[in-house]
Write a protein that binds this ligand. Structure first.
Ligand code: UGA
Length: 454
């Protein structure tokens, strides 16, 4: 058992801290947001993540997990401190590490005993060095300055499956500069279900860059498929069939080949931009990343154009939208394609009826300034009287829909499926005019889909 401090209670910090506690370590999670800490102390989580609430409750009750807004309390007796802080994009796309450096200044004032300092936040190559310099500078006037050692341990968990990803990692990446640091981290991760070949020990710059390489590769795969999907639409091919062929090749693999309305969230878009700017700072161009970002934007624009072409003018139309979060099983709306689409549709005068299984309260706060939005209690209510239905996030519950009931209450049986969730032939059976992504248009003409002709 080790004494662990985690600075930052966002997705990475809170999930990692909770999972370390679940594995038997003694964990203190620190956040400077006192309201958040108060809420956590009362068992209220700042975001929705499957299975997290019950693990937090269990480990707090067992005395292995606690929350504080005091650096002094958090760092007292800690053997290792993880930094899990936001590293947002600056205007030029580069990564802002100021939250990390501010935390270090504060930490320095309370640090009394030797420490392994582990950066888990996604941050550019050289960040560990900058953190170390900052801490050295802050400690240099102290006679009792304790020793510390930097480690880079990037996180690979996905929102929506964060607890399971953290408890059962594919691999653990450790960027270290000493044998002692590697040994300490191996002991820390010993209770996790990982074999020795899943612990990848390397130099610190490689560990820092590896995280960006992974996210950029995932984004590249998605953009490749999205770009291909638009070509499929031109030549009458079906990207879903092509995906099966590609995924069946073990050299390619099945994952991150789903065409849709583009990748979103707080990581992929930000990290592709950050890698691009990081490379440029070293006078190295990565044009593939420019294309990845351009394709991602074009994908959403193309989807919007399809809606406009079918329904124009939008000013007298009501559009139902299913799914607001950037992906299922999370209430995270950051860089959610649905939000971009909502703004575009509203700018054309459309009236929107929205539903999301989990993200409704966050969305209603965020979109409160828009008048032509109605937040609906379920997917059917959202579709009531709508001229079209747009699926933006593939929540599981949208897979079991009574399409006859749904169709009967819509103005038009017109479905824009931004995630290729439905079978065109099935939709046709229910009389829907169906438009997926990279799927040949099916045969029911738009003129026949009016349920209630105006
Ligand atoms: C991503 C990475 O997958 C994690 O490994 C990483 O730890 C995390 O970023 C991070 O850096 O913190 P996450 O942002 O939670 O995780 O989301 P993903 O599940 O990767 O999905 C990202 C976006 O890609 C979503 O908008 C999703 O809809 C889209 N996507 C994904 C597709 O459009 N097609 C696919 O085939 C897969």
């Amino acid at each position: 058992m080790k004494n662990i401090t985690i600075i930052g209670t966002g997705y990475v910090g809170l999930v990692t801290g909770t999972c370390f506690a679940e594995k038997g370590h003694q964990v203190t999670c620190l956040d400077i947001d006192s309201e958040k800490i108060n809420a956590l102390q009362q068992g209220h989580l700042p975001f929705y993540e499957p299975d997290l609430a019950k693990l937090v409750t269990k480990n707090v009750a067992a005395g292995r997990l606690r929350f504080t807004d005091s650096y002094d309390q958090a760092i007292r007796g800690a053997q290792v401190c993880f930094l899990a802080l936001p590293t947002p994009s600056l205007k030029d796309g580069s990564c802002d590490i100021s939250y990390l450096l501010m935390a270090i200044e504060e930490l320095a004032q309370h640090l009394k005993t030797p420490l392994f300092l582990v950066n888990k936040s996604t941050s550019p190559v050289g960040t560990a060095g900058k953190i170390a310099q900052t801490l050295h500078a802050a400690l240099k006037h102290r006679d009792d300055a304790p020793s510390f050692e930097m480690i880079s341990n990037p996180e690979f968990l996905r929102e929506g499956s964060a607890v399971s990803d953290c408890l059962h990692p594919d691999r653990i990446v450790l960027g270290v500069s000493s044998e002692a640091a590697a040994e300490f981290m191996k002991e820390l991760y010993a209770p996790f279900s990982v074999g020795p070949d899943q612990i990848l020990i390397m130099d610190i710059p490689s560990a820092e860059l590896a995280k960006y390489a992974c996210n950029a590769m995932l984004a590249t795969r998605v953009s490749f498929m999205n770009n291909l999907a638009l070509f499929c639409e031109k030549v009458g091919a079906n990207v879903e069939q092509i995906r099966r062929v590609m995924g069946g090749d073990p050299r390619i693999g099945e994952q991150y080949l789903r065409a849709g309305i583009g990748f979103g969230g707080s990581c992929l878009p930000k990290d592709v931009q950050a890698l691009r700017s990081m490379a440029l700072a070293y006078d190295h161009r990565m044009p593939i990343l420019d294309s990845v970002l351009q394709i991602n934007q074009a994908q959403l624009d193309h989807f919007f154009d399809k809606i406009v072409t079918s329904l124009s003018p939008l000013s007298d139309k009501t559009i139902a939208m299913w799914g607001l979060s950037f992906k299922p099983d999370t209430d995270d709306l950051r860089a959610a394609p649905a939000l971009f689409l909502i703004e575009k549709l509203l700018s054309q005068g459309a009236r929107l009826q929205l539903f999301d299984p989990i993200a409704m309260s966050k969305a209603s706060r965020l979109l409160s300034k828009f008048e032509k939005i109605t937040f609906c209690q379920d997917e059917y209510a959202a579709a009531q009287g709508a001229h079209a239905l747009v699926l933006t996030t593939e929540w599981k519950q949208f897979q079991c829909v009574d399409f006859d009931k749904l169709g009967a209450q819509m103005q038009n049986k017109l479905l824009f499926d931004g995630r290729n969730q439905y079978q065109p032939s099935e939709m046709q059976k229910h009389g829907f005019h169906y438009m997926g992504i990279g799927i040949p248009p099916e045969t029911i003409p738009l003129s026949l889909v009016h349920v209630h002709p105006e």
